[in-house]
Design a protein around this ligand. Structure first.
Ligand code: FPP
Length: 263
């Protein structure tokens, strides 16, 4: 296995005011993009992979700390075998080819999901790619693969039930914080900004626990067309949101004034 590499990168350190620490994306619309051009869905996914490269660069440029992309859902196995094969090839291509660029740019790669289904070869590639980037700290790219939010909550509950059964914890010690520490996203802050391209206004079993207080940005733009300007629009919309986390607008203003007084 390759050792971790670290090329002492210069990068923007978070938090950058007004910029989300964590952006989570559902990259929808590859199939329609291709259909609109009379091309196969496969062409749409290939073009979508170019948008993946673009958003990684843009997030790095803006000082986003975490980018989480939904590459393959637990339900995507039901797609035609040729399409599943191509999606696997694109996934492998990230692990084998794009990994050098991630290392060079200080991006840490993590893959999350029910990974056993991918088999031993891809499992080894995942471990190797993750290992090569463990020391990188400019940004973390998390790829959700064979992932589903309900699966994640279920596997966390199984771990907690096992710990309760063995006496390691008491059932009444289980709270939100403990459950969150057993999700596959443990250690990653909840997303601040969620982006879904392709016009649908759904969460589609993505990070359903973690999106509780996330700002949700939906756009009709199809993923392969998602450009620098579209990302800028999402960021500027995010910056205009008042994040209240259950409090009132007045309470937030009072807190801000109090903090300014102490400064
Ligand atoms: C949804 O579009 C997209 C996917 C299921 C796959 C996304 C994959 C990529 C962008 C390429 C590979 C990326 C990585 C990170 C390995 P859709 O096919 O549902 O589009 P439609 O709604 O127009 O049919």
């Amino acid at each position: 296995m390759s050792p971790a590499e670290n090329n002492s990168h210069s990068c923007i350190k978070n938090p950058v005011p007004g910029i989300p620490r964590h952006v989570a994306v559902i990259m929808d619309g590859n199939g329609r993009w291709a259909k609109n051009r009379g091309q196969s869905r496969i062409k749409g996914h290939r073009k979508g992979a170019e948008s993946v490269h673009r958003i990684i660069r843009l997030c790095g440029d803006h000082g986003v700390e975490h980018l989480t992309l939904f590459a393959f859902s637990s339900e995507n196995w039901k797609r035609p075998p040729r399409e599943v094969k191509l999606l696997m090839e694109l996934f492998i291509s990230v692990l084998e080819k794009d990994i050098d660029a991630l290392v060079e740019n200080g991006v840490r790669l993590r893959i999350m999901g029910d990974l056993d289904r991918f088999g031993k070869r891809i499992g080894r590639l995942i471990k190797k790619a993750e290992m090569r980037t463990t020391c990188n700290d400019c940004m973390q790219l998390t790829i959700a693969a064979n992932y589903g939010g309900r699966w994640d909550i279920t596997q966390a509950c199984q771990q907690l039930a096992e710990k309760a059964r063995s006496g390691e914890i008491k059932p009444d010690e289980i709270n939100e914080e403990l459950l969150a520490r057993h999700l596959v996203t443990a250690g990653i802050p909840d997303p601040d900004l969620f982006i879904r391209t392709g016009g649908e206004k759904r969460i589609s079993n993505y990070l359903i626990w973690q999106l509780a207080y996330t700002e949700l940005f939906f756009t009709d733009v199809l993923w392969p067309d998602f450009s620098k300007d579209d990302f800028a629009e999402a960021l500027s919309w995010f910056a205009s949101r008042e994040r209240r986390f259950g409090k009132t607008s007045e309470q937030l203003k009072e807190n801000k004034a109090r903090k300014a007084g102490h400064a």
